[in-house]
Design a protein around this ligand. Structure first.
Ligand code: UDP
Length: 384
């Protein structure tokens, strides 16, 4: 039901349907950031609705994509093969042709049950299905690409009214896959507003968390699902006894957290499960060790954190690694001993750490979510 927007704005609220899925944590984070930005830029003017299309509308086994994603991503070769085998214009078209009959009913029901003035997709696997499902009655459609650089062809359906990408590299890809330049915007990955708030007193925050205040803090994060060889990396850092505090965020990977709790730690260590306080964790830390997830990297840039990337999804996250390296905001360290070497440099040379931190901050796009919110508003005729 569309509600009026209040006395100042007699016209009804515009309904925006966000299509995402909890495959990893990045799609949800980006969606929530845009919804937050819509409310900040245009208070009370929008009704936003988030739909996990896999979970709510697709048949088995796709319905279980959020559960299937973490184990599959632990077999990087399989991931890389699937990514490359389905990438490219013709191949991605074939993927849609083959899969559409299977998801057609769900996609049509999704459209029927979620009337919207604008659909915003943050997932590559829904675009062409939906375009086919609404062939007879198309709705305004905006794709926000939540991969940074290596963007799969399935992101780019020419029938989308607008496509937002994060980098010039992704823009080139979009053009290669047939998106008209006029329908493309290079803006950045939407990140929650809280990352842009400076932390007034990081030592006080560290104290509250029980962290030592006299040591640099290494933050170790493996994406929303605590992925990649996080345990091996944590243990290698521990063996090296770096003169630092190690903070590990295991995300939704409860098993990993339980295993790490049994380790004989030789340096100050703090272990956490999934946190909703990532902005504070990043603001209070000095270095980030993570897999090359686009959301985490974009957040780290805003927080000015130098990055050690210890894992990536082949194909999908390859470009993120090169991107971070070219910006000199971090290093690629696929072996635990390389992670340790990179961290040792930064622990022992605050000057080198500062240079990487500044490079990281220079790459930040803190206003991306608000800029996309203004684009959404423009699409549906909402103005200040
Ligand atoms: N995240 C979080 N709490 C956690 C772990 C991760 O909020 O405990 C968020 C993180 O801040 C980022 C997202 O989950 O926004 C992970 O996205 P990314 O694109 O880096 O990787 P993905 O999990 O999608 O592979």
């Amino acid at each position: 039901m569309t509600e009026p927007t209040g006395p100042g704005h007699p016209e009804p609220r515009k309904r925006v349907l966000f299509l995402f899925s909890d495959t990893g944590g990045g799609h949800r984070s980006a969606t929530e950031a845009m919804i937050e930005a819509l409310e900040l830029e245009f208070p009370g003017r929008f009704d936003a609705r988030m739909v996990d299309f896999f979970r709510e509308y697709y048949p088995s086994p796709l319905k279980f994509a959020p559960e299937i994603y973490p184990p599959i991503s632990r077999v990087p070769q399989a991931w890389g093969f699937t990514f490359r085998a389905s990438d490219g214009r013709n191949r991605s078209r074939a993927v849609t042709q083959i899969s559409y009959p299977y998801v057609r009913k769900g996609a049509q029901r999704l459209i029927r049950e979620n009337p919207a003035d604008l659909i915003v997709s943050v997932h590559p696997l829904v675009n062409s299905h939906l375009m086919r499902a609404m062939r007879k009655s198309p709705r305004p459609y905006l794709t926000v690409v939540t991969d940074l650089v290596s963007t799969h062809a399935l992101w780019f359906d020419r029938r989308a009214d607008l496509v937002v990408v994060a980098t010039d590299e992704a823009r080139e890809k979009a053009i290669e896959y047939g998106i008209a330049e006029g329908n493309l915007r290079v803006i950045g990955l939407p990140v929650a507003e809280r990352f842009t708030h400076p932390m007034p007193d990081r030592l006080a925050w560290r104290q509250r968390m029980g962290w030592r205040t006299d040591l640099p803090v290494i933050l170790l994060v493996g994406g929303g699902d605590g992925m990649g060889p996080l345990k091996r990396v944590a243990k290698a850092i521990n063996e090296a006894r770096l003169d630092a505090t190690l903070v590990v965020i295991c995300g939704r990977n409860a098993e990993l957290k339980a295993e790490l709790e049994r380790v004989d730690w030789r340096m100050p260590v703090h272990l956490y499960g999934f946190t909703t306080e990532m902005p504070q964790f990043m603001a209070a830390s000095d270095m980030l060790v993570t897999k090359a997830g686009p959301g985490t990297i974009s957040e780290a840039f805003i927080s000015g954190l130098p990055l050690v990337l210890y894992a990536r999804l082949p194909g999908q996250e390859d470009g993120n690694v090169t991107y971070v390296e070219q910006l000199k905001a971090g290093v690629w360290a696929p072996r635990p001993r390389e992670v340790v070497a990179a961290l040792r440099d930064w622990v022992e040379s605050p000057e080198a750490r500062r240079a990487a931190s500044e490079a990281s901050r220079r790459a930040a796009k803190p206003d991306a979510a608000r800029r996309i919110a203004r684009l959404i508003a423009d699409q549906v005729g909402v103005h200040d």
